[in-house]
Design a binder for this molecule. Sequence first.
Ligand SMILES: [Zn+2]
Ligand SMILES: [Zn+2]
Length: 849
Amino acid sequence: MCLGIPGRVVELLDGFAGHLALVDVQGGSRRVNIGMLDAPPEPGAWVLIHLGFAVEVIDAAGAARALAGLELIGRGRRQRRRYTVSGLVQGVGFRPFAYATAAALALTGSVANTADGVVIEVEGDPDDVAEYGRRLRAQAPPLAMIVAVAQEELPSTGGTGFTIEPSRGGPARTLASPDVATCADCLHELGDPADRRHRHPFINCTNCGPRFTIITGLPYDRDATTMASFPMCPACRAEYEDPADRRFHAQPIACPACGPRLTLVDAAGAPVSPGEDPVTAARRLLASGRIVAVKGLGGYHLACDARDPAATGELRRRKQRGGKPFAVMVADLGTARRLAELSAGDEELLGGARRPIVLAPRRAGSGLAAEVAPGNPDLGLMLPYTALHALLLGLPGDPPGPDALVMTSGNRSGEPIVTDDGEALRRLAPLADAWLRHDRPIRVPCDDSVSRHVDGAELPVRRSRGYAPLPVALPFPVAPTLAAGADLKSACAVASGRYAWLSQHIGDMDDLATINALTVTERHLEELTGVRPELLVADLHPGYRSSEWALRNADGRPVRRVQHHHAHVASVMAEHGLGAGERVIGVAFDGTGFGPDGAAWGGEVLVAGYRTYRRAARLGYVPLAGGDASVLRPYRMALAHLHAAGLPWHSWLPPVAACPRAERDLLARQFATGAGCVPTSSMGRLFDAVSSLIGVRHAVEYEAEAAIVLEGVARAAPAGPGRAYRFEVSVSPDGSDVADPGPVVRDLATDLRAGVPAPVLAAGFHAAVAGLIADLADRCRERTGLDVVALGGGVFQNALLISGASRLLRERGFTVLRPRLLPPNDGGIALGQLVIGASGGSWNPAEED
Ligand SMILES: [Zn+2]
Ligand SMILES: [Zn+2]
């Protein structure tokens, strides 16, 4: 009998002249040549395999004997193997896990963080070495995201222990972890009087705590964090070095003896209530209606009691916040449920490790101050994500205090969030009554993320803390590229190979501070990812500050310009992993973006691939008179649409009444002559116009406010079939479809006059837009044969619209791609810019490829 490995035939395979079979060899499937056997074996039969050939059919007893013989030979034989694990594996407790797993299997070897990820060498019984590889993949720590495990056989070196080697640097290519909300174990210790970290505001472990906002470089080690200046006390050091401890190599490890210190100070930086616990003192201030600046993970918050109308109103006044809603942090899920209607998906988002602000319909009679989110149908809720937050909202048994705190970013509207302590005192002086701060520096600003849950999936609104800098996998490899994003809700991105990293939310590019923040953010992103961009991509808009920034920072590198709505569609395609040659029907609805014909685009249907796009349909043009003025005063857009629809400006029409006489006269002249106007096909502006037309909102303080309120009004409509409004679609001379909103505007005006209630009008309008999307997609499918529709652009933050449009499209047999990882708005546009730029595409609407 020759030496062979026994295996059991699973099935015979087609091809290769019937000579191949799938054989189960000790739990793994192998393709084995059966051509040497006299007759093909039956499935279930045992065969002896030698060098890839089945050489003999044996019985079960023969198989057992052969196995026993193999084990005999294998005993005493040692194997050494190197596993290189790439992905999000640093700062997530991977090395302790590698250590504990080796210990459990009695393997020797080592583990180290390197620029490639985590490199592990294990040596011992071959079966145990293989089992180690299986456990690496199957039992990795919860926060780890393994992308690949490469293995390599090495000569055996002996040795008796398993060691954790110092990190090896080099060009960083591993993934840094986002900040993670305090875990249940740490929360338990926080409230345990017997624990040495009882009430320690900076408690964390390998499963939780700050990461992204404290990392100064990779590989991720304490020296490469803003904790470098806090020497560990002996007790923390012992935990840090004990592989059996939950804080083994937890880089931000801290305790009351050695960790950061909390202080409560006044505007002069002098301690408030010295000698008292700063959190207790801060809670007392909050309970008495004061505004406290609280230093968090990615910047300062401004906090006040969300149930106190005076405090909330005062904060709104001081922040010059206008009507923009405040986020509210509540002590626990139970409190959250009393304030808003939460779906199971909402609760999962709220309580998850990322802890975004979750938008959910507010409950009437919640007891929150009306000033929290005036006129807004939704409430932005979040749960504590640091121990300091948990203490601020009170642990069980603490004296009563506010159970719901306004937690809004510490800045005046429009400015970037404040991170520096000195700057916080200075810039927040007009806003806060006291500062609850600590001495751990914040490496990069990072706002809270905002998200919502729609139809069983997440719909991100702002992707920042807890998400950044998680990479997005790309469908094809790209050269090192930088995308500058857009000017509103700015976020930039870098990419190389199969990954793109989007930055945290930066802000609106309307002041110098935000442009500087873009520079700082982009550099930090390069440090964390090791990407050295060779190509820059920016929006086609000649006036975008982000595009100017890209040109200014190009340093001889090429800058490719891409069309705004093409980028929206490409973002959605890329996050869904569509391949390089694929095309979709891309519906890009947003505020406005620069069109190559000089118009302000924003209601576009593009037949798009990554390299090229063709405009297949658009909303009919109406005159846009003065960009910002028309964004902030939706009645101007309503008048433009009335004009375009051929409706006289009757005084009973709400936008006509809302527009001052002189402004109306000027607009009438502008619309008649076209002076000072650009044509726009913006769907976002049409939502604004309808909001004003039906008397919901005539003036706003932030972009899309009128549309958001309109969605809320529509949600109040009675269920069942409502009003049926329809856009009129015609074919333009260039062959593209043009959807005229005129009929919808005229019917809305008629119904308004007839006294149809606003919710019915608003719901009818939403239904008309959803129907338009399905109709335009249908017409596009007829001409192209394409049946995949990608929905992108800020208008799709509207849950009612994206839900309704998706349902209609699916009913008509389309596959619908909607944003899940990145916001549909401009905060997610950098990904599309990257993939277009890296595929050699640009703004030129070339012929279809
Ligand atoms: Zn923890
Ligand atoms: Zn300590």
